[in-house]
Design a protein around this ligand. Structure first.
Ligand code: ATP
Ligand code: MG
Length: 553
């Protein structure tokens, strides 16, 4: 792993104080995803925070699946999440499922009933919502609130036995219906759901609610610092209530931080699942998705994602991060690592009429001028080459320095060429150019006779390897990332597929090989569509950006 200087943040400061004061012997954190979808870049922020914090203080981090809702969860997601956490470069200490604790949770609920701190309620979900009150008005107590302990124990057991239908009864905490904190107005602890659970099968038909389950999971695992996003701040009194009233031996503490939000991105598994289900993207790992799997397939590296997470930091104020910041970090990571080569995405054939027929010469080309250790390769050059269609204009505006009739340009790593004839089809489209080359101008020979203003890239036509290129734009139109109407604001041009050529050296490229294509940006060999006969490249990011990191104060 790269040498990271731990970035300071308020949670890290709390940890340091807890260690110094002896309140905590060993730092234990957890990453607790619900397996109801694939992880996204927002989860990466939480993963980096939890794992790096524990790592720094030689503590432990658990991966815990918060699988208390059988209706939405699936083992496909469990496997995908494990893969993504590992790929990001982290190793969990314990691997747990909240569902492994169902028996213990049930026993703690029974304890609450015995203490008169929980009761079985017959009100419907709708009635409970209506009687909860508002921010300005207290709630009203349920007519079932004062059932005897014996009756509650009996009914709760029968809920577990499956004697009631979904929604017929719930178990509620008995706290305070007029609390200024609505979360403390007798929150529901258990609900009935006759559904098959991915882990426990049909063993249970009652399931604990998040607010009851989560603190117990943390306490059972000995978690010291339970980090969650800001929406749970108002739930903290309930978190502490559950720990206290259930008489948990270990007392974890909850701390909240701001979620990551990003421009042109939806960042919720529910919304991402809609994109998958509506077939707007080709699966959770579509390279346009902000999922870890999508970013990986696009060509992002774990190093870039971790550097991004470190840069955005951890705070308590919500903000929206410019998606260009993530791009900045992949450029930084690949700058010295990725070989630089030439690819022609929209090919136009050029015949070099004064180059001997049948002759092929090999030209030296540096693999990465910024990293000489990457060495040099040899590329073939002969009478027919491909250049980009838009590197030629028949009637160019002023300041166009690329190829046009009578103009001379430099071919990267090769020679100067000059255009003398334009070949068109019946519709008038340019289909081929005829040029001459000047043998004196060979690259690397120190030719200084005259200068040209344009340098263009090319590949040798006979040796070029056909390839498909997929260029991406944001999936969500600018400023449209909020709300549920995002499906109407999908960018119709988020994917452009082109067919062109790459240098012959790339013939045996493997999935996830990464290159910088001269002038086009960084590309990743797509692991899903690449076959032994067909190379498919995803553009990770273009070369330039107006984005600059904010200056450090
Ligand atoms: P989603 O709405 O995307 O499903 P979630 O919070 O319901 O998000 P969980 O699987 O419950 O997803 O989240 C696991 C952990 O990841 C939680 O601790 C949560 O706070 C954190 N997390 C989720 N989204 C973000 C985000 N955008 N930024 C930072 N942390 C996040
Ligand atoms: Mg969730």
């Amino acid at each position: 792993m790269e040498n990271k200087s731990a970035s300071s943040n308020f949670i890290r400061n709390i940890v340091i104080e807890d260690l110094q004061a002896g309140r905590v012997k060993e730092v234990v954190t957890r990453f607790p995803p619900e397996p109801n979808g694939y992880l996204h870049i927002g989860h990466a922020k939480s993963i980096c925070l939890n794992f790096e914090l524990a790592d720094e203080f030689k503590g432990r981090t658990n991966l815990r699946f918060d699988d208390t809702n059988p209706l939405k969860e699936d083992t496909e997601y469990v496997e995908a999440i494990k893969e993504d956490v590992k790929w990001l470069g982290f190793e969990w200490d314990g691997l747990y499922f909240a569902s492994d604790y169902f028996e213990e949770m049930y026993n703690r609920a029974v304890l609450l009933i015995k203490k008169g701190k929980a009761y079985v309620d017959d009100l419907s979900a709708e009635e409970i919502r209506k009687t909860r009150g508002t921010l300005t008005e207290p709630g009203t107590e349920s007519p079932y609130r004062n059932r005897s302990v014996e009756e509650n124990l009996d009914l709760f057991q029968r809920m577990r036995n499956g004697e009631f239908k979904d929604g017929e009864k719930v178990l509620r905490a008995k706290i305070d219906m007029s609390s200024p904190n609505i979360n403390l107005r007798d929150p529901v602890l258990y609900r009935i759901a006759h559904a098959t659970h991915h882990n426990t099968g049909d063993k249970w038909c009652i399931y604990p609610m998040y607010d009851f389950a989560h603190p117990l999971e943390d306490a059972i695992e000995g978690v010291t610092h339970s980090l969650c996003s800001l929406e749970f701040e108002d739930h903290r009194p309930l978190y502490d209530w559950v720990i206290r009233e259930c008489e948990m031996e270990h007392v974890p503490r909850q701390y909240e931080f701001a979620r990551l939000n990003m421009t042109n991105t939806v960042m919720s598994k529910r919304k991402l699942k809609m994109l998958v289900d509506e077939k707007i993207v080709d699966g959770w790992d579509d390279p346009r998705m902000p999922t870890i799997a999508g970013l990986r397939r696009r060509g992002y590296t774990p190093e870039a994602i971790r550097a991004f997470a470190r840069e955005i930091g951890v705070s308590r104020s919500n903000s929206v991060v410019d998606a260009k910041m993530l791009e900045h970090f992949i450029r930084e990571d690949l700058k010295l690592k990725a070989p630089r080569t030439m690819a022609v995405l929209r090919p136009l054939k050029v015949v070099i009429t004064n180059y001997p027929e049948g002759q092929v010469e090999m030209l030296d080309a540096e693999n990465n001028p910024e990293n000489p250790a990457m060495g040099i390769r040899q590329i073939p050059f002969s009478r027919e080459i491909y250049i980009e269609q838009d590197d030629f204009m028949e009637n160019p505006p002023s300041k166009y320095f690329r190829l046009f009739p009578g103009n001379e340009v430099r071919l990267k790593h090769a020679y100067f060429i000059k255009c003398h004839d334009v070949i068109k089809d019946e519709q008038g489209n340019v289909v081929e150019l005829h040029c001459t080359y000047d043998p004196e101008t060979k690259s690397g020979t120190g030719f200084t006779g005259r200068k040209v203003k344009g340098t263009i890239h090319w590949v040798d036509a006979k040796h070029a390897v056909p390839a498909e290129f997929r260029l991406y734009e944001p999936l969500i139109l600018d400023g449209q990332e909020d709300g549920d109407s995002f499906l109407e604001n999908i960018n119709p041009n988020s994917l452009e597929t082109l067919h062109g050529f790459v240098e012959p050296n790339l013939k045996d490229s493997k999935p996830h090989d990464k290159f910088q294509f001269f002038r086009h940006g960084y590309f990743n060999v797509d692991p899903k569509y690449t076959t032994p006969d067909k190379l498919v490249f995803n553009r990770i990011v273009s070369l330039k950006s107006s984005f600059e990191l904010p200056k450090q104060g």
